[in-house]
Ligand binder design. Structure first.
Ligand code: PHB
Length: 393
């Protein structure tokens, strides 16, 4: 009996030695599948996230708890929920990832939520900002923002600064509708008035006719949410060309409009624009200095990092913390328990993950575009600390 066991053991050992898996096999790696657009109109979203991930890994190494961190990037070319869903399925079934991450655009995050739920894969949101997203799977944690969290404070700030009659312009999909509602509800509650509410299509909006309508309504200010990037440039161009500034109509917006990455290219017509947001490249802290330095070193062609790069950097921080706590053995349910209540000293300031909603809690800053050494920056001058998503407090 005993000799049989020994023989079996010897055979097993011989098998294990002969067929020992190479170092890069699944058990030695923690795999992170990053789904975002790396081409098409929102290509910058993926690139900013990749930049933030690289910045994190350059500072913190590429292994945790004895395992190599492997990042698998997938391009949705989006906005494309169908492609995002197919890519998530491939990552789960074929690549056997431990984490899903990325998600610049709300429709893509919503399309992947049921897969995270079914496969019990932690899904780390690095931008998509419609409030409802985190309710679509127990496995989602958001490290970016929600539009209501950012927009409601602007409703307070406007009234305090004698801006009473406001026209709103938002992209006609989840985050835009969230921004419009949160801002308008707060403005009206404070005694202000929405004189015109305009929704523009997500794809290739033509701003000129909408901007004329705003001018005709003669508000004190126009409140804007458009997805960061090309549309910000198009809106500000129309604002200048149609003479809204000359007519004394101010721009107040979520910081997507004056996104740090495109701001240097937007010209002087952004000077004086007031926004509320969670991150500015001009934020003064040792954490932000270290982030900016690492981003510049790892992304020599990357320009200025924006809020998506920071959310990706923090999302990686979270993935490293989870991997460490679980000793490198990733179980989706245990990972969520670690994510709930997690605290991070982010380049934007301190953040935490609300244990009930799995959404980020953070300071929302009021900023003004100003020139510093000849370059435009969002300069923070007021703040709303500890903001949760106001819809779900
Ligand atoms: C989103 O689709 O959720 C989204 C996209 C761009 C932004 C903010 C939110 O700037």
């Amino acid at each position: 009996m005993q000799s049989k066991t020994i023989a079996a053991l010897a055979a097993a050992t011989a098998f294990a030695t002969t067929f020992a898996p190479p170092a890069a096999w699944a058990q030695d790696t923690i795999k992170v599948g990053v789904i975002a657009s790396f081409s098409g109109p929102f290509a910058d979203y993926g690139k900013q996230m990749q930049g933030g991930i690289k910045a994190w890994m350059a500072q913190n190494g590429d292994s945790v708890a004895g395992k190599k961190i492997q990042i698998i990037y997938k391009d949705t070319t989006g906005p494309s929920p169908e492609i995002a869903k197919r890519l998530a399925q491939e990552l789960v079934v074929r690549d056997k990832v431990d984490f899903l991450a990325g998600f610049g655009l709300t429709p893509e995050a919503l399309a992947v939520a049921p897969i995270a739920q079914q496969a019990k894969k932690p899904m780390i949101i690095m931008n998509a900002a419609t409030s409802i997203i985190t309710t679509k799977s127990d496995y989602i944690a958001r490290f970016s923002m929600t539009l209501p969290q950012i927009s409601a404070p602007m409703g307070d700030w406007a009234l305090k600064n004698k801006i009473k009659n406001v026209a709103t312009v938002v992209a006609d999909y989840g985050p835009g509708i969230d921004a419009e509602k949160a801002f308008s509800d707060r403005l009206v509650k404070n005694g202000g008035k929405v004189v015109e509410a305009i929704r523009v299509p997500l794809r290739n909006p033509e701003f000129a006719p909408f901007i004329q309508r705003i001018k005709d309504a003669k508000p004190d200010a126009v409140f804007v949410f458009v997805p960061a990037g090309e549309q910000s440039i198009a809106f500000m161009k129309g604002y200048r060309e149609r003479g809204l500034a000359a007519a004394g109509i101010k721009v107040i917006a979520t910081g997507d409009l004056t996104d740090d990455h495109v701001l240097p290219a937007m010209g002087d017509n952004t000077l004086g624009v007031i926004t509320t947001f969670h991150y500015s490249a001009a934020h003064k802290s040792p954490e932000n200095d270290a982030f900016l330095k690492s981003f510049a070193a790892t992304n020599p062609q990357g320009g200025r990092p924006n809020f998506m790069a920071v959310a990706a950097y923090d999302g990686m921080n979270a993935i490293y913390q989870v991997s460490n706590k679980l000793g490198g053995k990733i179980d989706g349910t245990k990972a969520m328990a670690v994510l709930k209540g997690m605290k991070i000293n982010s380049p934007r300031g301190p953040i935490s993950i609300d244990p009930t909603t799995r959404d980020v809690v953070q300071t929302v800053y009021v900023r003004k575009v100003e020139k510093v050494n000849g370059e435009s920056y969002n300069i923070e001058f007021d703040q709303f600390p500890n903001m949760k998503d106001p819809g779900r407090q």
